[in-house]
Design a protein around this ligand. Structure first.
Ligand code: PEP
Length: 253
């Protein structure tokens, strides 16, 4: 069975105090209220990682991730953080190729493929993001665009490595806009992605790959989205900054 995952992307938000409070609240609610098999992954800004991980401790079903990593192994790359450093701090997941990284930092599929490989070498689970702009959706070429992102970012991997990947489909027009993809639109794209994976790696690996939806997911729409057969969870931006909303999304499974 595929993993059900709800990953919170804090982006560039939260002071130290705010991050500690948010994490403590999430942990308490998870302990008191969460009985399902979905897991939470908290992806705070880099400086939060160690203290947040410490708070998580041995908590059940809560994991720590980073929002980005370097495409280089080590060395003179001021301001960058390698997957080896992340792993040494106990980081378990890393978001790779978020549309904000692709757009504002010109991250190409080639660079993302390098990041994915380094993440896997160092034992991190990549959450590989893909998604189309509104222009592309309107032109009707969204499926081709997103499957190409997968091909170029991931399809160099061996089957054993690919089976460790988590995919996040995030239509750019739905991120932070309050405009969610309908559950049918999400399902259609997730099914297309799964069949694209199957065409390269076979049905078993495709069936085992968790594909998350991201884009204005909230406690009101999560249940309908997560009920779709190919939607295995969410990558949550704005709503991950509110403990009540984030935990309610996890409980939507
Ligand atoms: C995101 O940036 O990954 C995201 C899904 O943001 P939001 O939930 O705020 O749309």
């Amino acid at each position: 069975m595929r993993k059900k995952i709800v990953a919170g992307n804090w982006k560039m938000n939260m002071t130290f105090e705010e991050g500690q409070t948010l994490t403590s609240e999430i942990l308490n609610m998870m302990k008191d209220e969460h009985s399902g098999d979905a897991i939470a992954v908290l992806n705070p800004p880099f400086p939060h990682i160690f203290p947040v991980k410490k708070l998580i401790g041995e908590a059940k079903a809560v994991f720590i991730g980073a929002q980005n990593c370097s495409d280089k192994e080590a060395g003179a790359f001021t301001g960058e953080v390698s997957t080896k450093i992340l792993a040494s701090f106990g980081v378990q997941y890393v978001i790779i190729g978020h549309s904000e990284r692709r757009e504002y930092f010109q991250e190409s599929n080639e660079m993302l493929a390098a990041k994915v490989k380094l993440a896997l070498v160092n034992g991190l689970t990549p959450i590989f993001c893909c998604g189309e702009s509104l222009e592309i959706r309107t032109a009707g070429t969204h499926e081709a665009t997103v499957t190409t992102q997968l091909t170029e970012g991931l399809f160099d991997l061996s089957p054993a490595d690919f089976s460790k990947i988590v995919i996040a489909y995030e239509p750019i027009w739905a991120i932070g806009t309050g405009k969610t993809a309908s559950s049918e639109e999400a399902q259609d794209m997730h099914a297309a992605l799964r069949s694209h994976v199957a065409s390269k790696y076979g049905k078993d690996i495709a069936d085992g790959t968790s594909i998350l939806y991201g884009g204005s997911c909230n406690p009101k729409n999560a249940q309908e989205l997560f009920a779709k057969p190919d939607v295995d969870g969410g990558l949550i931006g704005g709503a991950s900054l509110k403990s009540r909303d984030f935990v309610d999304i996890i409980k939507s499974f």
